[in-house]
Structure formats: structure tokens, C-alpha cells
Design a protein around this ligand. Structure first.
Ligand SMILES: [Mn+2]
Length: 337
């Protein structure tokens, strides 16, 4: 597979690298790691890092962050006409574009006949047919990319790679909290990154900042916490709880609340939260599910709702409901079935 990847890169003149919508640090870091590494190792190639949406955290301190193009990926792909299309931290076109996934797929695989490489670490749900699919079940795509580029292909390392790779790994593992069958490899890579000067403490101080808006969302989520009586906890933010300019804060606060609290309440070891998110000008609800490892596989529930993720952390978007509580009922209907 590594050989095939190298062949594709060498045979291509125009390479486009992308990742999923509402990109988390791992999506951004994997994109940067791949983009900056290929750039210095294959200086003759035309290469672009393109994300349709901006991350909801400020990652502008990462090396070469300014080289990422943010915008309509369908239009950008039409203009650039890549012959190699690399999707990272996602496994299909629907995850890459908010509303143009099908058109993008038609463009890339049909009209352009580009080669498609997918490098991901999520549970396989809705995998796109591709020329290359790599997934070693590492805890972060940044580690998948690091392993491919530096351990398998021995490519030259770009400036800032250690900080970038380390951020992807510590954010997706919650600083090594989750069970990880490949922990020896993860710590081996982490040792290399720390030796190269990256700092977990510096990265976390940089990222763990909260706005007053986010703190207000925490209070809504705390107030609405409900014990289902069936072994899980849920909470929600209703559209009426927020003002229009809050969406970034809502998303960020909900991410933190699900990560830190929803599976840790009372005697319950899993749960979910529902919150409003604007998709193409219309508000729908998103759900984010978490479980303490092995208690519950929540990826199936998310899958039923049109999303995906991991056993212990998954989510779905676009639940149409008049209120957050109605959206909660839809999620519960899937859980009950
Ligand atoms: Mn990831």
C-alpha cells in the first residue's frame, strides 16, 4: 500500500489534500502533516490543502496553517483539477463537504478520473470506493499519516511537524486517556515527537481557553442534564437558548461537555447531547454520543442517524426537529430500537 501511495504521488502532477467538515485538531493536523511533508519532498508537484470549513478552535499557531485554503471544496476542486485526491480523517465525500458530497464525488471520480486515497482511523461506516484505503486503527489520523510518511516511507520531515503531529495525537486520544490497542506505537511516536521538541503542556495551554459564551452554554447543558432511567444521561441546547452569533461557541462548548461530562454523571456510563447547528442556512440538530469504553458501542446509534465515529465517541448531524427535546426523542427512538 505504501508503494502504491508513493507511485500515485510520483505519477500525479496536482495533488489535493482535504479532510472532514467541522474539522477537529486531528483533521487539521493530519492535513498539515501530509501537505507540508509532500511539499518539501516533492517540490515539483502542485499541491493544495483544502478544507471546506474552519476549525472552531484557533489553530493558526501551527506551522503552515496559512497555506490551508478554506472554502467551497467543489468549486475549488473544479478550478484546480487535481489528479490525486487525498481524504484524511474521513472515509467518504459526504464527510468532506457539507452539501456537495455527491457532486464532489462525481467530479473527482467521474469527470476528473483522479486517483482517490483515503487515510482514516474511524470505524468503517460508509467507506468510499477508493484506489488506496489505509486504516490501522491508530487513535489519530495524524499518527496514521506520521507512520506512513516517516516510518514507512522515510520522507524528509517539514518544519513544525512534531508540534503538528503531537497535537493531532493528544487531541484525539484526550491525552492518552482512551483504550488504545496500538499504545506501544502511539507512545513510540510520541517519544519521537517529544524528543524533537514538541510539548504537550504548551499545546494544551494554548487550546484550553474558554469564552464567556462557552461558559454560558455549559450552564444550559448542566441545567438540562437528564437521567433517562435506562442507563444513560442526556442533555441538550435548544435553538431558543442561543443567539445567532453563538454557533461557534455552542459547538466548542458541546464538544467539551460531551468529552468531559456526559458519560460521567451519577451511575450512568454513557450518554449524549443534542444541540442546534446551522446547515445551509437551516437549523437542524446534531447529536454527540459518548460512552465509557466497552460499556456501550455508540457508533451504531450514530450510524443509524446518518453519522459515524468510534465505539466510545460518535455523532450525527442534520436531525430535523422543531425543538431540541423533539430531537432527543428521535435519538431515543433509535436507541430503543
Ligand atoms: Mn481523528
Amino acid at each position: 500500500m505504501e508503494k502504491k501511495f508513493t507511485d500515485f504521488v510520483e505519477q500525479s502532477q496536482k495533488i489535493l489534500i482535504t479532510s472532514h467538515i467541522s474539522p477537529d485538531p486531528d483533521a487539521v493536523c493530519a492535513t498539515l502533516l501530509m501537505g507540508t511533508t509532500l511539499k518539501i519532498n516533492y517540490p515539483d508537484k502542485e499541491l493544495w490543502m483544502v478544507l471546506e470549513e474552519r476549525p472552531n478552535r484557533d489553530l493558526a499557531f501551527l506551522a503552515s496553517y496559512d497555506d490551508i485554503m478554506f472554502g467551497d471544496i467543489l468549486e475549488i476542486t473544479k478550478d484546480l483539477r487535481p489528479d490525486l485526491f487525498i481524504i484524511l480523517d474521513a472515509m467518504n465525500f459526504q464527510r468532506v463537504s457539507r452539501s456537495d458530497g455527491d457532486k464532489l464525488k462525481g467530479l473527482v471520480t467521474g469527470e476528473l478520473k483522479a486517483k482517490l486515497a483515503i487515510i482514516d482511523h474511524h470505524t468503517k461506516i460508509g467507506l468510499e470506493q477508493s484506489d488506496i484505503y489505509m486504516n490501522n486503527d491508530y487513535p489519530a489520523t495524524a499518527q496514521e499519516v506520521y507512520d506512513l510518511l516517516f516510518k514507512k516511507l522515510n520522507l524528509k520531515k517539514p518544519e513544525g511537524y512534531a508540534q503538528t503531529a503531537l497535537l493531532g495525537i493528544i487531541s484525539d486520544t484526550m491525552r492518552f486517556k482512551y483504550k488504545n490497542p496500538t499504545h506501544r506505537l502511539t507512545f513510540e511516536v510520541t517519544n519521537e515527537l517529544l524528543d524533537a521538541g514538541a510539548s504537550i503542556e504548551a499545546l494544551e495551554y494554548r487550546l484550553d481557553r474558554y469564552s464567556k459564551q462557552q461558559m454560558a452554554i455549559f450552564s444550559v447543558l448542566a441545567k438540562n442534564l437528564t437521567d433517562s432511567g435506562k442507563g444513560y444521561t442526556y442533555s441538550y441546547v435548544d435553538q431558543s437558548d442561543i443567539s445567532s452569533n453563538d454557533s461557534e461557541a455552542v459547538k466548542g462548548a458541546c464538544e467539551i461537555f460531551t468529552g468531559q461530562y456526559i458519560r460521567n454523571i451519577g451511575d450512568n456510563y454513557w450518554g449524549f447531547i443534542v444541540y442546534p447547528e446551522e446547515v445551509n442556512g437551516a437549523v437542524s440538530y446534531s447529536v454527540s454520543l459518548r460512552s465509557v469504553n466497552d460499556v456501550k458501542d455508540v457508533s451504531g446509534i450514530a450510524g443509524e442517524l446518518g453519522g459515524g465515529g468510534h465505539k466510545a465517541a460518535a455523532g450525527a448531524k442534520g436531525i430535523i426537529a422543531p425543538t431540541a427535546l423533539e430531537a432527543v426523542k428521535k435519538v431515543e427512538a433509535v436507541i430503543d430500537s
